[in-house]
Design a protein around this ligand. Structure first.
Ligand code: ACO
Length: 373
């Protein structure tokens, strides 16, 4: 962008600005790849469980058998919904958006933890584990209470994803569903300096605490230009109804200059590296639940939109309908993203704290000239 001589170059939205280094993940739009600590996310999704990926993000290496057993034991020990967190959730109306509920619950956990202001790596890892372990109960319980259902206690004999689904629905679905859920958790876990992660790093850079940083990140993720898009995708599907309505719906939406949620990305311009893996899981779910109508709607909308605008689906496009098929309410989709991304956020909080500089950019003033009162 060429600017008048007196105006410094301004990168709206920090587009294209490199603000720091990170060793956690690498997004490469040229090769359409995403690495977590050096490992392609597709390989992790195909061979590892979400707990192993969480360990990798925090510690830099995949766990060996003993490390994984210890990690899983810690996660299982923190699964139960704490009475003060449940009481706080119960104070909120069932009409509250679940992202507001999750944000409040994390805030309550922070306010109740005597180690909140201990920013050592050990204390932050312990807090990260407590949020990682607690979030499934929070997300599951909030959906259940909105449905007029009771809290389901955790099951210690289940892995993370199977237990999450059990606490959500009161039963463990077939392995094919658990696997698709686990893949979604792995794919959502980390994506470098996205808006919510950057929010967490900004908060950490002031020497504020991990819970404050995660609470802020949840606020950033809620917006439909970021995590809120997975919910918005399903609302679009509901609006369109069936594949034969796609063309007139899209004609009208584009004429109104509407953003089509689940498409486009700040970094990837030729397709999101995570989409093929999540689409494969969605296809499995579509076959399992026998919903060829949903597949047709999905393919017709993406085919038409890519052809007309050259803008590709992002991860929220396949994950929204996948969560719908699993039985989640549409407004619960973004809290599921929170449960996963908390691993990436906390890895970044720990990285930021280890090599901190206050994040404080400049602005160019373009208001009225100086004047007297
Ligand atoms: N629907 C319609 N038009 C779009 C879309 C879309 N989804 N995405 C981009 N465009 C258009 C813009 O209108 C703009 O057109 P113009 O130049 O004629 O004004 C052009 O493409 C560039 O778009 P920007 O919004 O300026 O690009 P940016 O890099 O800021 O956008 C963003 C990235 C915000 C994700 C955008 O693509 C978008 O709003 N998508 C929909 C929301 C969404 O799906 N978000 C999820 C992101 S991924 C994640 O959080 C997992």
């Amino acid at each position: 962008m060429t600017a008048p001589a007196s105006v410094p170059e301004i990168r709206k939205g920090l587009a294209g600005v490199v603000v720091d280094t990170t060793a956690i993940s690498k997004v490469n739009p040229e090769t359409n790849s995403l690495l977590y600590r050096g490992y392609p996310v597709q390989q992790l999704a195909a061979t590892k469980r979400f707990e192993e990926v969480a360990y990798l993000l925090w510690h830099g290496e995949l766990p060996d058998a003993a490390q994984l057993a210890e990690f899983r034991a810690a996660e299982r020990a923190g699964r139960a919904l704490q009475p003060n967190v449940k009481a706080a959730i119960d104070l909120l109306p069932t009409t509250a958006h679940p992202m507001d509920v999750v944000r409040t619950a994390v805030s309550v956990i922070g306010a109740s933890d005597p180690t909140t202001d201990d920013a050592s790596r050990e204390a932050n890892l312990a807090k990260s584990m407590s949020l990682f372990a607690a979030l499934p109960a929070i997300v599951a319980y909030d959906q259940r209470r909105r449905r007029g259902e009771d809290l389901v206690p955790p099951r210690d004999d289940l892995d993370y994803s199977a237990n999450f689904l059990h606490m959500s629905f009161g039963e463990v679905p077939e392995q094919v569903v658990v696997d698709a859920f686990d893949v979604s958790m792995i794919l959502y876990a980390e994506h470098s300096f996205n808006a919510s992660t950057f929010t967490a790093r900004v908060i950490t850079s002031t020497l504020s605490d991990l819970y404050s940083a995660v609470t802020g990140a949840i606020g950033a993720l809620k917006g439909p230009l970021h995590g809120g898009a997975n919910e918005a995708v399903m609302r679009i599907f509901d609006e369109i109804g069936e594949a034969e309505n796609v063309v007139p719906w899209l004609d009208a939406a584009l004429a109104e200059k509407r953003k089509i949620m689940g498409f486009g990305h700040r970094v990837y311009k030729n397709g999101d590296s995570r989409v093929p893996t999540m689409k494969a899981s969605l296809d499995t779910l579509i076959a399992y639940y026998d919903r060829p109508d949903l597949a047709e709607l999905y393919d017709t909308l993406s085919g038409e939109f890519v052809e007309r605008k050259g803008i590709h689906p992002n991860l929220d496009y396949p994950s929204g309908p996948a969560y719908h098929l699993m039985g989640y309410d549409t407004e619960t989709f973004t809290p599921l993203f929170v449960a996963s991304r908390v691993t990436g956020w906390t890895a970044h909080i720990i990285e930021q704290a280890a090599s901190n500089a206050l994040i404080r950019p400049l602005s160019h003033y373009d208001g009225v000239d100086e004047r007297s009162v």
